[in-house]
Design a binder for this molecule. Structure first.
Ligand code: 5GP
Ligand code: ZN
Length: 114
């Protein structure tokens, strides 16, 4: 656990969130500011700052993260499709520096995003 990391605290249940899925290494919860009817954040419980750090340290965990995204998409009935986003670094719009996948769905999503 990284001190003062919001998502480490959610994984540790120190800050409440609406959990929708959990495995021994991954947890998924609803985004506090949803950008689509379904907006779930999927994180490894272990702290890695971003996608680059995660894949360098533990590519198998990155695979578990993606499997959890697919699991939640099925559970949320997103059979018409969904979008998965990893914001990375300042230019990528990352604001919480604990790697996470955004799972967005429940409506048609424009591409490129507006
Ligand atoms: P980023 O901009 O780093 O890719 O995404 C961070 C996400 O975390 C944002 O979509 C933001 O709404 C969400 N978020 C920030 N604080 C909280 C919180 O306390 N609880 C939950 N559930 N989501 C949060
Ligand atoms: Zn963390």
């Amino acid at each position: 656990m990284s001190a003062d990391c919001l998502f480490c605290k959610i994984a540790a249940r120190e800050i409440p969130a609406t959990l929708v899925h959990e495995t021994d290494r991954v947890v998924a919860f609803r985004d506090i500011s949803p950008q689509a009817p379904v907006h779930v954040v999927v994180i490894p419980k272990e702290h890695h700052a971003d996608l680059s750090a995660l894949t360098a340290a533990d590519p198998a965990l990155a695979g578990e993260l993606l499997a959890a995204v697919a699991h939640v998409a099925r559970a949320e009935d997103l059979e018409h499709g969904f979008r998965t986003v990893f914001n990375t670094g300042a230019d990528g719009g990352q604001t919480v520096f604990h790697v996470h996948a955004h799972l967005l769905g429940g409506r048609g999503l424009a591409w490129p995003p507006g």
